[in-house]
Design a protein around this ligand. Structure first.
Ligand SMILES: [Mg+2]
Length: 181
């Protein structure tokens, strides 16, 4: 049995897609970066300097994190993992200058998986401190003060396609095959 750590944004929750929907609705006159052109992990750095405050404001709107749609197949994969006897935890780095973000991450898990799963949320700004067998994460460069004990499984996104030599999930359909569990 494995301990599987799952990132939330752009692994279980549609951060990028729902951001872009809000961006287009709030700022139809401003340029936007389509998903396929996203080659930097940090969203706001991908935008011109004079639009970054507007990007940051959307992500920090109360309700943003709770409203994120589930990524197709992700919740089902969580239930399958549990059903196979694995231990699943949600290992996510909250935005630390957004008071609603941490609580909404708990609420999102409650809404989509139920109250029993909320205790499985691990909020941390340093994922290297957390123990587990796998960490499924879209971040191409996870750093921290410890040597990670988990193996990262990269959840595919245009900005992490240069990462070589790691397991890669392109959507949730074939997670059994990729994790070999
Ligand atoms: Mg993420």
């Amino acid at each position: 049995m494995a301990v599987i750590l799952l990132d939330m944004d752009d692994v279980l929750a549609e951060f990028e897609k729902n951001f872009l929907e809000r961006w287009l609705s709030r700022h139809p006159d401003l340029p936007y970066i389509p998903r396929e052109q996203r080659n930097l992990f940090k969203l706001e750095r991908q935008y011109p300097a004079d639009h970054r405050d507007a990007v940051r404001a959307i992500i920090r709107e109360p309700g943003f994190f709770l409203s994120l749609d589930p990524i197709p197949g992700g919740l089902e994969a969580v239930r399958q993992m549990i059903g196979l006897g694995h231990d699943v935890f949600f290992c996510t780095a909250p935005i630390t200058d957004c008071p609603t973000c941490p609580m909404e991450k708990f609420q999102w898990i409650d809404r989509h998986l139920g109250a029993d799963f909320v205790r499985r949320v691990v909020l941390t700004s340093d994922k290297t401190l957390v123990r587990g067998d796998f960490l499924v994460d879209d971040n191409p460069q996870i750093t921290g003060i410890m040597a990670p004990v988990w193996e990262q499984v990269v959840f595919d996104f245009p900005y992490n396609r240069s990462v070589q030599g790691k397991k890669r999930l392109v959507g949730w359909d074939d997670w059994h095959t990729v994790l070999r569990l």
